[in-house]
Ligand binder design. Sequence first.
Ligand code: XMP
Ligand code: MG
Length: 184
Amino acid sequence: MYEGEIASVLVTEQQIQDKINELAKQIAVDYARDGVHCDLLLVGVLKGAVMFMTDFARALPMPTQLEFMAVSSYGSATSSSGVVRILKDLDRDIAGKHVLIVEDIVDSGLTLSWLLKNLASRNPASLEVCSLLRKPDAVKVDVPVRYVGFDIPNEFVVGYGLDYAERYRDLPYIGTLDPKVYSS
Ligand code: XMP
Ligand code: MG
């Protein structure tokens, strides 16, 4: 698949699945009081977080409910501007709920900091973030990402939900693209 278009594999399928199990165990502990789990509402950010969201929800040893939001940040294909528009809002009120935002990647952190403010204004009982990937620039801005799968180098990545021009989302691993893909 995608013969010759992937330059390198940054995170393998096995590494992703192992990390998801590790995060799921930790989160199940963090969201329990006296051995009783609270109801957790996962908010997945479309479309990039879809693969992570579905694997993660099934790995969590506790009941969860799934919601999705789609946002678009004005900017070029490979970088965001921080001006965010809601393409699809949540279907439900999150007031009083324990909300965990499930993200594919935090890059500049601009999208996420906007999303955090937006969801916090709806008065959830708690609000945290779990992102599969994080890039170095994200560490510079003040976005509290409680759970991170992998810190990766500052390169554009695809796979496992992440796309370039809507392609490569279906890859089971995270990789970088061959430069020829950008120039064609
Ligand atoms: P910011 O910069 O606001 O970016 O943290 C968040 C959103 O930008 C997308 N993004 C990427 N998508 N490969 C992708 O396919 C990347 O390397 C990448 N970096 C950022 C992504 O949608 C993320 O939620
Ligand atoms: Mg995204």
